[in-house]
Ligand binder design. Structure first.
Ligand SMILES: NC(=O)c1ccc[n+]([C@@H]2O[C@H](COP(=O)([O-])OP(=O)(O)OC[C@H]3O[C@@H](n4cnc5c(N)ncnc54)[C@H](OP(=O)(O)O)[C@@H]3O)[C@@H](O)[C@H]2O)c1
Length: 243
């Protein structure tokens, strides 16, 4: 069904973010591609426009107060915010050897970035009849799964990246509670292990697959969940993940 809603997707110049923008664009949304790298941002926006989608480039570095403030000033309303931008730094398999500088940078982009962007765009989202916020998290951010020896995550390292997504999960839960009295839906998504630049294209899912859960959560109806953490369980259904 076509809508005339608008969506902002951060980190939309490539990978999963670009696919989220494409899929929401195909549903009739005006899609704002929040892009730090302007050359890739212009290319990505032109690519979606050439497909007939209502795509617009929005310069946006989620780690910069100034950039986020300037981006928010360019819009007069917003229905959907997908906090997708994220980074993964370092390869150390041990938390005792992982670089503290890398951890700090990941916390800044992956955890504080979504908080910074959400705060700036909240007044615009509050103008929407059905505001939706999606946080692009990861199952690696699940503390329960990390401590479950029966799960694949038991042997996975990436402590800094994982902790940044755990922090994002907590911010998601807090935000969902804070906005409960309003008509927001605030949820965290895991795209699954998706072949993108983030993992040198070693993932087994496509960017289209990875985008699907965020699109589901971005387009929830009034009966949809809030304050949840989901993947798609490799089906079209929402599949709750342990926090
Ligand atoms: N791929 C996976 O298997 C996987 C699994 C679980 C979760 N995720 C999450 O999914 C999200 C998308 O990742 P991806 O796999 O699509 O990776 P990707 O292809 O590397 O894309 C990451 C995007 O984030 C942008 N970005 C990074 N730092 C930014 C900043 N400070 N401000 C604005 N944009 C910034 C990048 O822009 P630039 O071009 O400017 O660098 C790029 O557009 C991330 O949050 C990631 O943690 C991915």
């Amino acid at each position: 069904m076509k809508t005339k809603k608008s969506a902002l997707i951060t980190g939309a110049n490539k990978g999963i973010g670009l696919e989220i923008a494409r899929q929401l664009g195909r549903l009739g949304y005006t899609v704002w591609l929040g892009c730090r790298d302007q050359q890739r941002g212009a290319q990505a926006t032109a690519e979606l426009q050439a497909e007939g989608l209502d795509a617009r480039n929005l310069p946006l570095d989620v780690s910069s107060d100034d950039s986020v403030r300037k981006a928010a000033a360019q819009l007069d309303g917003l229905d959907v915010l997908v906090n997708n931008a994220g980074i993964s730094l370092g390869m150390a398999e041990s938390i005792t050897r992982d670089s503290l500088d890398d951890m700090r940078t990941m916390l800044e982009v992956n955890a504080l970035g979504p908080v910074r962007v959400t705060r700036a765009f909240l007044p615009l989202l509050r103008k929407s009849a059905e505001p939706r916020i999606v946080m692009m998290s990861s199952s690696l951010g699940s503390v329960s799964a990390t401590l479950d020896i029966s799960r694949g995550g038991w042997n996975v390292g990436y402590a800094g990246y994982s902790a940044s997504k755990s922090a994002l999960n907590m911010f998601t839960a807090k935000l969902a509670k804070e906005l409960l009295a309003e008509n927001f839906k605030v949820n965290a998504a895991c795209p699954g292990f998706t072949a993108t630049d983030l993992n040198a294209h070693t993932g087994f899912r496509t960017a289209q697959d990875g985008a699907a859960i965020a699109v589901r959560l971005a387009t929830l109806d009034a009966l949809g969940p809030t304050g949840g953490f989901f993947n798609d369980g490799h089906t079209a259904e929402l599949n709750p993940l342990p926090w």
